[in-house]
Design a protein around this ligand. Sequence first.
Ligand SMILES: *[C@@H]1O[C@H](CO)[C@@H](O)[C@H](O)[C@H]1NC(C)=O
Ligand SMILES: *[C@@H]1O[C@H](CO)[C@@H](O)[C@H](O)[C@H]1NC(C)=O
Ligand SMILES: *[C@@H]1O[C@H](CO)[C@@H](O)[C@H](O)[C@H]1NC(C)=O
Ligand SMILES: *[C@@H]1O[C@H](CO)[C@@H](O)[C@H](O)[C@H]1NC(C)=O
Ligand SMILES: *[C@@H]1O[C@H](CO)[C@@H](O)[C@H](O)[C@H]1NC(C)=O
Ligand SMILES: *[C@@H]1O[C@H](CO)[C@@H](O)[C@H](O)[C@H]1NC(C)=O
Length: 465
Amino acid sequence: MGAFRPVSVLLLLCFCYFCSCSVQSRRIVKHLPGYNGPLPFTLETGYVMVDEVNGGELFYYFIESEGNPSKDPLLLWLTGGSRCSALSGLIFEIGPLKIVKSPYNGSIPELEYHPYAWTKNASIIFLDSPLGAGFSYSSNPKGYEVGDTVASSQIHKFLMQWVVDHPHYLAHPFYVAGDSYAGKIVPFVAQLISEGIETGQQQLLNLKGYMVGNPSTGEMNDFNSRVPYAHGHGIISDQLFEITQKSCEREDYTNPSTAFCAEVLDVVEDLTLTVSRAHILEPHCILVSPATKDIIQNRRFLKDDYSIQLSKPEEPPFYCRSYSYYLSYFWANDNATREALGIKEQGTKKEWQRCTDLPYERDINSSIKYHHNLTSRGYRALVYSGDHDLLVPFLGTQAWVRSLNFPVMDAWRVWHVDGQTAGFTETYSNNLTFATIVNGGHTAPEYRPVECLAMFARWISYQPL
Ligand SMILES: *[C@@H]1O[C@H](CO)[C@@H](O)[C@H](O)[C@H]1NC(C)=O
Ligand SMILES: *[C@@H]1O[C@H](CO)[C@@H](O)[C@H](O)[C@H]1NC(C)=O
Ligand SMILES: *[C@@H]1O[C@H](CO)[C@@H](O)[C@H](O)[C@H]1NC(C)=O
Ligand SMILES: *[C@@H]1O[C@H](CO)[C@@H](O)[C@H](O)[C@H]1NC(C)=O
Ligand SMILES: *[C@@H]1O[C@H](CO)[C@@H](O)[C@H](O)[C@H]1NC(C)=O
Ligand SMILES: *[C@@H]1O[C@H](CO)[C@@H](O)[C@H](O)[C@H]1NC(C)=O
């Protein structure tokens, strides 16, 4: 490769408000290393300062809608983790590019166009959040000491600045979206935006609602539902399931209070670890990210070691889905890529990783009250679940959606794509829709791109699934 040198326009814009002056940098990227020819869509990348004290800047990729960019909705996409890169959402889930899966031979991995991108029907900001995720960085490592609440207010701050730089998007219908761990952040960010709108203290984003996929809520049910899911899918026996029900009643399975329950859950854990938890029918492979240890249990937040290990990820077998994750490491760390994207020196001091294990404080215990509050006030919501995910099984999600106790408008039914069952769905009176995606994994669009684009396009344009 190397035949296509990135031709980028650097727009260095300086805005001064009141007494603070912030320098924003952004550029239009016309070519990307590994992609043959000019990009067939508009890509802008840039940084926004969200922590002046520590010099923390969030990095974003903005892709304009390939449909009707002057009218289509604007979406903010957050990838989970808690610290996975937005690039992961872009090239593996809902963006118009994907990594070509071929054995790594030392040259930059190739990219190809992905036709089932959600950018067909919306303009999307893919945000590397929190600081330390993807290309977002903090000059002072103290800036990485964030958790749910601080990261969410930084996302809000980012948005307020981003719309100052892109004022015509203020009129577009706006949605916050994300999956996995971001499912917990999305409703809180939407709540912050809605409060800002109510008090008139901010630029008036035209917030319409939000979407979450296989979302964490912070409630114990997210993980407790793994046990009935594993039972229903033949991973644990009837007997083991019954013992769990008896000995772990009302327990938080991630933190059981009795030794006997803990022992029983260890047996469950050993059995579930033999399958691919992100999609139980896929090959069982390594995930190519540093071990995501439970911060709450290990209290790693209290240590002050913030170095991000410079480590080439372990190479998975080629047949694994995660082989593409492995390739993304070489694409994103290539100097030509960094140059094309406009990655800053401070950003290049550390390596890009698909997900990093920097300490993170999970300080929102439950996002359910935000789901309730937002949907009660007329904001639309789509909660979807890939139904083969054992990490946040649809069973737990369906249960909390039901527990919000809104009247059912459109009762549980099948939804179709190309005449086939794509999933099942139920809509509540307050514009809240729950949907499953048959044969979808933890990040559903990654596994069922055609179906998930159909679901997204219908929902975002107010059609029933
Ligand atoms: C989504 O966008 C495509 C073109 O980008 C368009 O053909 C299609 O009608 C849109 N879908 C909906 C449901 O609006
Ligand atoms: C390395 O792999 C790429 C595809 O990723 C291919 O285009 C290139 O020709 C290969 N180079 C060599 C030296 O084999
Ligand atoms: C990539 O850039 C870094 C920082 O500018 C430099 O130290 C390194 O030598 C470069 N690597 C290659 C392969 O050019
Ligand atoms: C959240 O959880 C922590 C630890 O489990 C607990 O100390 C705290 O009181 C909880 N906060 C709320 C608001 O429930
Ligand atoms: C929702 O949140 C707003 C703003 O925080 C608050 O004023 C309102 O009382 C809440 N509404 C409900 C129904 O909980
Ligand atoms: C549902 O959404 C529609 C369109 O945005 C809105 O007019 C209606 O008030 C919402 N319904 C509820 C119960 O909030």
